[in-house]
Design a protein around this ligand. Structure first.
Ligand code: ZN
Length: 358
């Protein structure tokens, strides 16, 4: 598994970053001539321009470039794990790191005007596949996630706070929008997303801990259709009938998923994706389609008559469902696939860990 940590570099790389943009622009406009020699005149170190040429040269989608990170292959970086020191001779940059020292290789470093993004390879924990699974319902009324543990019958609801945060910040945002206070609005948005990120970190940790304690896999709904459908047919309707998109931000959802995946992977817990069809309409006891009214689920089967909180019922359904064909977690994150597609909705994760690729 590859993890990326970000650390402050406290250096001014404005000149180099400016050169990097030039190299990237060259790479895009010169399809057939992209050697380091051809951009030598731009003045960036060959080992860095080489990486930028590689990254931007093959990418036909990129048309406009506003910021380009300085990219250094791990081969050109000296690491002293004993002293926790990273040395990039080409930039005369020495860094001390605090992130876990359990990596086996430093793959790459990317640098922007403030941070170094250090990608390291860590040894994968052996993944255990348990007989039991916990079900996590993420599209819930009032909580970020509702967890069902079928073999104990227990239900755990997490992330109630997020909804209060959204309500509070929505009011502030509306006010600022009316006042046309753009700068403040941006600041407030950032603050809100930081709070949500923190909540997602805590929820994901808790979910993985629950799986560990109960010796369970984690089952999630494969909601990749939601993002692409933009309120179309595939959009899972919220319990009150409004579409998913309007009730919670998509990025938050995927952020939580990414965090669950990476934390589970580190602990050797398997994440399984299931088809979200009918998870909120079906009775978790008998499987029949029942009535859902707001937060209440009532089974219409006279032999069953199961009554439950709608979210708990959905979470038990998720836990019981078999995995969706070919959609099980194969280590490559759904979010990562979106990055490849060039999506701009990608969340920035964590303070130390920002993303993971398989
Ligand atoms: Zn029933």
């Amino acid at each position: 598994m590859i993890l990326t940590y970000k650390i402050l570099h406290n250096r001014d790389f404005a000149t180099e970053l400016h050169k990097a943009i030039k190299v990237a622009k060259y790479a895009i406009s010169h399809k057939n001539c992209r050697t380091t020699k051809s951009v030598k005149h731009l003045g960036l170190k060959a080992c860095i321009s080489n990486q930028i040429l590689k990254k931007y040269g093959g990418n036909k989608k990129i048309k406009n470039i506003h910021s380009v990170k300085l990219t250094i292959n791990g081969y050109f970086v000296k690491v002293n794990q004993e002293k926790r020191e990273i040395n990039i001779p080409s930039l005369k940059l020495k860094l001390n790191y605090l992130f876990p020292n359990n990596f086996i290789k430093l793959n790459q470093i990317e640098i922007d005007n403030k941070y170094c993004y250090i990608s390291v390879k860590i040894k994968d924990n052996e993944q255990i596949i348990y007989n039991n699974s916990i079900g996590v319902d993420r599209n819930t009324t009032g909580h970020c996630a509702v967890i069902a543990i079928p073999h104990t019958g227990k239900v755990i609801k997490l992330g109630k706070k997020a909804f209060h945060i959204h309500r509070k910040y929505k009011k502030i945002r509306t006010m600022l929008q009316k006042a046309n206070a753009k700068k403040m609005l941006k600041k407030i948005r950032k603050r809100e997303s930081n709070i949500i990120k923190d909540i997602n970190h805590k929820i994901s940790r808790k979910i993985v801990n629950i799986a560990l304690e109960n010796k369970c896999n984690i089952k999630l709904e494969d909601l990749s259709g939601i993002r692409n459908s933009k309120g179309g047919k595939n959009t899972k309707k919220g319990k009150s009938g409004e579409s998913f998109k309007s009730s919670i931000n998509t990025w938050e959802f995927y952020q939580l998923q990414t965090l669950i995946e990476y934390k589970a992977k580190i602990c050797g817990i398997k994440v399984i994706y299931i088809d979200p069809k009918y998870t909120s309409q079906k009775c978790s006891k008998c499987g029949r389609i029942g009535n859902r009214n707001g937060k209440k689920f009532v089974c219409t089967n006279n032999n069953c008559k199961h009554v439950d909180h709608a979210d708990s019922n959905a979470a038990f359904n998720i836990a019981a469902l078999e995995l969706k064909d070919n959609k099980e977690s194969n280590g490559q994150l759904l979010i990562e696939r979106d990055i490849n597609k060039g999506s701009t909705e990608t969340p920035q994760l964590g303070t130390q860990l920002i993303r993971k690729v398989a």
